[in-house]
Design a protein around this ligand. Structure first.
Ligand code: SOE
Length: 384
């Protein structure tokens, strides 16, 4: 069967997912056939050019005409656009992949997860870093008990694209549109990795900070010195307790000079530790079996997660390959559900992280913000 996919959004994430779909036939021959059917956007001329560039059959300017007519709907729009189109697609029993964070507020995330539970079709919260082979390898080490009882998770996501106060305002700087700043944009990934590697977040104590509270507007119809307020955080930090008793610290910044896309994760257990850095995504540093120090493992062998689909050992992968793995897993789940090879009650969990995972992350983000406002620890109702 050929899956026809409708995609809302054609900029950064549109390119990442279109590229991933295009790579599947060559590198994942058992993936379902996928047609990039409809590209959805508002600016017809830009949309047409993007459709040609990204390999889509046709375009549409109204997602309402698309969500019930395709085999899978990708919501790659800004955070405030995540809820309504995704819920409409789920009400039409269309599987949905939605970029992270799930929504710009907890209410939207709750409604999206409820619609997913009713629809009983595969859903994806697009936390692509779960699909880094080295982090899959790390999860296997932890699950095999190689680190013993987990005591610490430490996640840090540093960027510097907003360090310059003259860097222009965008929807990512607006609470109504984005929901939060570094917390939701970057922290969502790290919280999801904590859940993936160790466990749910039980309670948090958070701190948010906005360093630049006004930025120049660069829209074509903006005035020469027009500025707009920044109403979200530039950075956040939080400490947390995870399910099972491990301690966690989370941190992210979009004003950390010298750091471009520096997502690091460390896990310490009673028998060992591991360290990962996105800037060296093919490597995992591991300390186990009483060794005196970390060993660096190059995760590029055929037996390593996903690597048998790519190149010989040492021919390293990149950031974009995580989207290929993510799309392979999601579209395989969609095809399985569509062909009836998985029962409807299994379909909802055929792919992880799904909307329930996205909601658990959103509840943690909301608790971090609430803790910051109240100045005290806050329990996270992760809806377990
Ligand atoms: C922000 O710059 C950003 O693009 C995030 O939105 C992505 O989720 C992250 O993977 C890379 O950085």
């Amino acid at each position: 069967m050929t899956l026809t996919v409708g995609v809302l959004g054609y900029r950064f994430m549109g390119k990442a997912h279109a590229n991933a779909m295009a790579r599947l036939p060559m590198f994942f021959p058992d993936a379902p056939d996928v047609e990039r059917g409809v590209l959805i956007g508002r600016d017809e001329s830009a949309l047409r050019a993007a459709a040609d560039r990204l390999g889509f059959e046709r375009t549409a300017t109204d997602w309402r005409e698309v969500v019930g007519e395709v085999d899978a709907f990708y919501n790659l729009g800004p955070n405030h656009v995540h809820a309504e189109p995704s819920i409409a697609a789920l009400e039409a029993a269309t599987p949905v992949l939605c970029e992270k964070p799930l929504a710009n507020d907890l209410d939207g995330a709750e409604r999206m997860a409820a619609a997913a539970a009713d629809a009983e079709v595969p859903t994806a919260a697009a936390f692509n870093y779960r699909f880094v082979p080295a982090l899959r390898y790390a999860k296997n080490l932890i699950e095999d008990g190689e680190l013993g009882e987990i005591r610490h998770f430490r996640g840090r996501y540093l960027q510097d694209w907003l360090a310059d106060p003259e860097a222009p305002w965008s929807w990512r700087n607006d609470e109504e549109l984005a929901g939060s700043g570094a917390l939701g944009d970057l922290g969502a990934h790290t919280v999801d990795l904590a859940r993936f590697l160790v466990g749910d977040v039980e309670r948090v104590s958070g701190h948010l900070r906005t360093f630049v509270d006004e930025r120049p507007v660069e829209d074509e119809d903006a005035g020469p010195d027009e500025t707009r307020s920044v109403t979200v955080d530039d950075a956040y930090s939080a400490q947390a307790e995870l399910d099972g008793g491990a301690m966690a610290t989370f941190e992210a910044s979009r004003v950390a000079e010298g750091h471009k896309n520096d997502h690091t994760v460390e896990v310490h257990g009673s028998e060992g530790s591991l360290r990962f850095s996105l800037e060296r995504l093919n490597e995992l540093e591991v300390l186990r079996d009483g060794a005196r120090g970390y060993e660096t493992i190059l995760i590029t062998d055929a037996e390593d997660p996903y690597l048998d689909h790519w190149w010989p050992p040492g021919h390293v992968l990149g950031w974009e390959h995580t989207f290929v793995h993510e799309n392979y897993a999601f579209l395989s789940a969609v095809a399985s559900a569509a062909s009836g090879t998985s029962r409807s009650d299994e379909a909802a969990d055929a792919y992880r992280p799904n909307f329930a995972d996205g909601l658990a992350v959103q509840r943690t983000l909301a608790a971090i913000e609430e803790s910051h406002e109240r100045g005290e620890w806050v329990d996270v109702d992760a809806g377990r």
